[in-house]
Design a protein around this ligand. Structure first.
Ligand code: GLU
Length: 304
């Protein structure tokens, strides 16, 4: 399979499209990003590394970090994690309060903000220095010591994130978290502020294409079954209220973030990262979705 040629051609085709998306502006710092950026990078199990466009530029990975926090919490507490969050798609907005009321404080899945807040609580209760230990975990997966949080992005969200603060307090009112809401939400905003390039993101996420085993450090991050389950959740819940559409058009497990990044996994083959900041109406990168659809159509490789 000539991934390089297919990626180059798909990139050119999608780059020429009129971008109908809008940059996320509810986190003020995200609105400052140059919306013309467009990068793609693939990392394969067979050690191919290839990128086009702005694939070396760092961006705010936002909700993509929820996969990493889920991985660490799952590795620490095992199947008990499913007593605290569900595994069903929601069909409602990622930051819905109504959903949480209906579900009596047990978030429907770990990729909703409410779910990620509960996962943050689990990490706070189980890590000695949560912010440092989580960063160390992320760095260790792909042996990349340069990965960092962005204080600028985290502060921007801390000063404007009223809805997430409300969600966190609401969950506390149900007794579904142990720690103080202000500590939980600070940690949640920190983990959402992680910055990576498409190259770093695809190298990092290769463990989910490799049955939970790190490639560069040969470390076991998750068991085979845990890795399969996280891929299943990405497939069913990874794209806000457009997860069905993503399965339908692209056919890979993945996760997107409001910074305009998307990571997609082909188990046993590759991880591919795309970044283009303008989002479609459902909150997923407009060009990112189009690119991945073109890519899996041309490669004829999807999990279906
Ligand atoms: N930090 C963002 C929020 O909580 C993440 C949203 C996202 O990327 O889905 O609103």
């Amino acid at each position: 399979m000539n991934f390089e040629l297919i990626i180059k051609e798909a990139y050119q085709k999608i780059n020429n499209l009129d971008d109908k998306g809008e940059t996320a502006s509810y986190i003020p710092e995200l609105a400052q990003v140059d919306s013309g950026n467009f990068g793609v990078h693939i990392s394969t199990i067979n050690q191919l590394d290839f990128g086009v466009g702005n694939y070396n530029d760092k961006f705010s990975i936002q909700s993509i970090a929820k996969v990493l926090s889920l991985s660490l919490a799952y590795a620490i507490v095992g199947d008990k994690i499913w007593d605290r969050v569900g595994v069903e798609p929601s069909g409602t907005a990622f930051n819905s309060l109504i959903q949480l009321e209906a579900d009596k404080g047990i978030p429907r899945n770990p990729f909703l903000n409410a779910g990620a807040i509960v996962i943050s609580d689990i990490l706070l209760s189980n890590l000695e220095s949560p912010k440092e230990d989580f960063l160390e975990f992320v760095r260790s997966i792909s042996n990349n010591k340069t990965l960092e949080y962005s204080n600028r992005i985290a502060e921007s969200e801390k000063t404007t994130g009223y809805r997430n603060i409300a969600l966190c307090n609401f969950i506390k009112s149900f007794g579904s978290v142990e720690n103080e809401p202000s500590d939980i939400i600070d940690f949640y905003f920190d983990l959402c502020s992680l910055e990576m390039s498409c190259k770093e993101l695809s190298e990092l996420f290769l463990y989910l294409a490799n049955n939970g085993q790190g490639i560069s450090n040969k470390k076991s991050i998750l068991s085979e079954s845990q890795s399969k389950r996280i891929n299943a959740l990405m497939q069913t819940c990874g794209f806000y209220d457009e997860s069905g559409e993503f399965a339908f058009k692209v056919g890979l497990p993945g996760k997107s973030g409001v910074g305009g990044g998307i990571i997609a996994i082909h188990p046993d083959q590759y991880a591919i990262a795309v970044w283009s900041p303008k989002l479609n109406k459902k909150g997923n990168s407009y060009k990112g979705m189009k690119f991945l659809e073109e890519f899996t159509t041309k490669t004829k490789l999807s999990i279906f």
